[in-house]
Design a protein around this ligand. Structure first.
Ligand code: IPE
Ligand code: MG
Length: 240
């Protein structure tokens, strides 16, 4: 059974509400073809846009994409600068189409430490789409799960919250994903089986789907396989 036949029959509870993706393998994809790593990243970006369209067609309310982690700064400067320059162009070029689809773009991560032009392209995309009521698309740039929890603790203390008022729900409201549901399905490509500091709070009860497919090759049939995998899980959340 395909995901579309399921949603066509109205069985939406079998579709995840929130999908998170670690798109990995751009570099290996490029190396296999004798291309530069940057060309792999560019191909990966084009695929991000295709993927947003596929996921949006299933009317999945939340999609979170890992674009650049707080640890990725340790890569060679040439790769980092090239990546941000391509990303700036990519965000400027694609955000009007994303907007036309009614998608709301939201950034998660430490925005202030990102290169100025790139930062501005994100701010513009978020502003352009802020009143949209369709899918929420979280883009994680300079994101780290530990940084997110650290930032939450700082703000809780700055707000003068007494310790007895601290609950899990309250902490959630201080995360970058405040007001959004936890992740139901986490997908990582390129045969790596790590979370790599992504959404460590929000994925504590997620289903994890790993595939050998390298990110630039991950297409509609691959998202369908991930959704089929999800449908077959029995989620018990610690119960029986
Ligand atoms: C993922 O592809 C993109 C980013 C982390 C920015 P990689 O760059 O990690 O590709 P591999 O793992 O070297 O193949
Ligand atoms: Mg990698």
């Amino acid at each position: 059974m395909t995901a579309s036949s399921s949603s066509a029959s109205g069985n939406h509870s079998l579709l995840p509400t929130h999908i998170a993706i670690v798109p990995d393998g751009n570099g290996r994809w490029a190396e296999k073809r004798g291309l530069s790593r940057l060309e792999g990243h560019r191909e990966g970006m084009e695929n991000m846009y295709r993927l947003v369209e596929y996921v949006d067609e299933y009317k999945i309310p939340y999609l979170t994409l890992y674009g650049f982690s707080t640890e990725n700064w340790s890569r060679p400067e040439e790769e980092v600068l090239g990546l941000f320059s391509s990303l700036t162009e990519f965000i400027k070029r694609t955000s009007p189409d994303v907007h036309r689809r009614g998608i709301k773009i939201n950034h998660i991560g430490r925005l202030s430490e990102l290169p100025e032009e790139f930062r501005q392209s994100i701010i513009d995309a978020v502003e352009l789409t802020e009143n949209n009521t369709g899918m929420t698309l979280n883009i994680a740039f300079n994101y780290g799960g530990r940084a997110e929890i650290t930032d939450a603790i700082r703000r809780i203390i700055d707000d003068g919250i007494p310790s007895e008022k601290i609950t899990e729900d309250m902490i959630e409201n201080y995360l970058y994903t405040a007001g959004m549901p936890s992740v139901d399905l986490l997908i990582r490509t390129s045969d790596e089986r790590r979370l790599s500091n992504f959404l460590i709070w929000q994925t504590s009860y997620s289903e994890y789907y790993f595939t050998k497919v390298l990110w630039p090759d991950f297409r509609k049939k691959d998202i369908d396989k991930a959704l089929e995998f999800y449908r077959q899980r029995k989620r018990r959340f610690g119960g029986l």
